[in-house]
Design a protein around this ligand. Sequence first.
Ligand SMILES: *Cc1c(COP(=O)(O)O)cnc(C)c1O
Length: 355
Amino acid sequence: MTQIVADLLSDTLTRPTAGMRAAIAAAEVGDDVFGEDPTVARLEARVAELLGHEAGLFAPTGSMANQLGVRLHVGPGQELVADSLAHVLRAELGAAAILSGISSRTWVADRGLLDARQAAGLMITGAGVYQVNTALAVVENTHNFGGGTVQPIEQIRALREETRRQGVAMHLDGARLWNAHVATGIPLADYGREFDTVSVCLSKGLGAPVGSVLVGTREHIDEARVWRKRFGGGMRQVGVLAAAGLYALDHHIERLADDHARARRFAEAAAAVAPGSIEPTQVETNIVILDVAQSGWAAADLVTEAAARGIRLYAVGPGKVRLVWHLDVDDAATDHAIAELGPLLSGGPRQSRQV
Ligand SMILES: *Cc1c(COP(=O)(O)O)cnc(C)c1O
């Protein structure tokens, strides 16, 4: 099998660094279900403070952190609204319906970008016995399948105003909120404060092996702790995992700028050989979604050809592939991706048969 040189499949692929492994080895631990793990407690408090909230809860996955947020705000027979590409609806296997007994409706957003008027226009409150009541709006920032797009904070604020007026809660799927913060310089808490609850991932670009944190009011987090146990997510001596998260917060936030620069550099090179495949100025963070149908490729075929050249990509649609930069993709790997994918993109599928 070809050696993979540039693994751009996902930013979940990162492996713990030597420094992170040392932090894991040194972690003080206790039984977290009994509230006795000091490292978990430190991580929860730290993330809550960073995001401008009272309390935090360590969760094994981002999906669980999101679904705890959903469970807090939406009851059976009520609905949540989100955009049609939202992870919470498309990539969590129907969890909101199964675990919370709720329904969902979506708005369609170009590149996942929030338009507060459009989102607010979908919400229904006080409809009596006729229509489902909207209890929650979910915003994803950055937006994964939108192409790592950063949500404009003024749109978030406008939606906050409207939801407050209508008594609808807001949850932020901030799996990659760190990337939005680094790309814009807007403090994490400025984003965080606009939401009732926020979930963030430690296991994407931050490079921890596992873990997410949900933040909110003390009351909400106490309730989420009960639901986490009920969902099967009560964990014991997980200070070893929280230590990886704390290490990531200390060492891996600012470096996300390198991922962003490499993604942009790749996008510029791709646009130069295959105009229309990507608009480089729209690449704000670590994700690039290429329209490869333009050069005659079916996404699945390009994924296969790229793998034979040491590059792993993800087909996000019949004619679109996603590339994600992270801790384990350096400048040399980015150069390799540019050198190998360039001819494939410019030549189309026919080019590949000559190689
Ligand atoms: C990865 C991700 C999550 C959480 O995924 P898990 O695999 O459950 O940790 C949530 N939201 C977004 C936008 C993501 O990209």
